[in-house]
Design a protein around this ligand. Structure first.
Ligand code: DX5
Ligand code: ZN
Length: 218
């Protein structure tokens, strides 16, 4: 399977989101990664359902919503109604993770689970067959533009081996500090989806950067 590219709108120009979404629409991007932050689970606040709804209405790509919020089960149906096609919750924010994964699937979205850098991949052992997406955070969530944590490569290899051994379909997404300088190593380790914020939007030619990320490893 060839890999997917998910530019993160967090690094876009908030004064003219429509222009950046049009750029994504006409690029080789596969998904639009949308970071929702509540100021509790992570120190930063981004945006909520109303803005996600507007972005989803403008965007022709798959809407990949990453909920960095406490109590995510409270908001799943609302984000689905706003246009989310993939909804990712944090394992660290879910006491009843199995229930939340199935809540996401029942409302018709793909179910993702994200892990902070310090969380071992083994916490997913009992839900591996249930999840559609495993998002490994390669920075501490909350902010764009941080440095990639290289220990993530070992986590990718470990979770990839478990997915293959158990014949599970989940895709592995890597989020934080991903760019042209490290994307090949991340793909070699077994990643399927690369989230890229600053490396796309702060580059001279974002459309070309997306194509270059997409072109890596065939
Ligand atoms: C971090 C977010 C990321 C962020 C990535 O908390 O989950 O999706 O937008 O940004 P870059 O690619 O700039 O590290
Ligand atoms: Zn994210």
């Amino acid at each position: 399977m060839s890999h997917l590219i998910a530019p993160s709108i967090l690094a876009a120009n908030f004064g003219n989101l429509e222009a950046d979404i049009q750029m994504i629409n006409s690029s080789e991007a596969d998904w639009l990664h949308v970071d929702v932050m509540d100021g509790h689970f992570v120190p930063n606040i981004s945006f909520g359902q109303a803005i996600v709804k507007k972005m989803a209405s403008l965007c022709t790509k798959t809407i990949d919503v990453h909920l960095m919020i406490e109590n995510p089960s409270k908001y799943i149906e609302e984000f689905r109604a706003a246009g989310a096609e993939i909804i990712t919750v944090h394992e660290e924010a879910c006491t009843h993770l199995h229930r939340v994964i199935h809540q996401i699937k029942e409302c018709g979205a793909m179910a993702g689970v994200a892990l902070n850098p310090h969380t071992p991949v083994q916490v997913l052992d009992n839900v591996l067959e249930d999840v559609d997406l495993i998002c490994l955070m390669s920075v501490n969530p909350g902010f764009g533009g941080q440095k990639f944590i290289y220990q993530t490569l070992a986590k990718i290899k470990a979770i990839k081996a478990s997915l293959i051994e158990r014949n599970c379909h989940a895709k592995i997404e890597i989020d934080g500090g991903v760019g042209l300088q490290n994307a090949e190593k991340i793909l070699e380790a077994g990643a399927d989806v690369l989230v890229a914020g600053s490396s796309v939007f702060k580059s001279e030619n974002p459309t070309q950067t997306i194509s270059r990320l997409k072109g890596l490893m065939g």
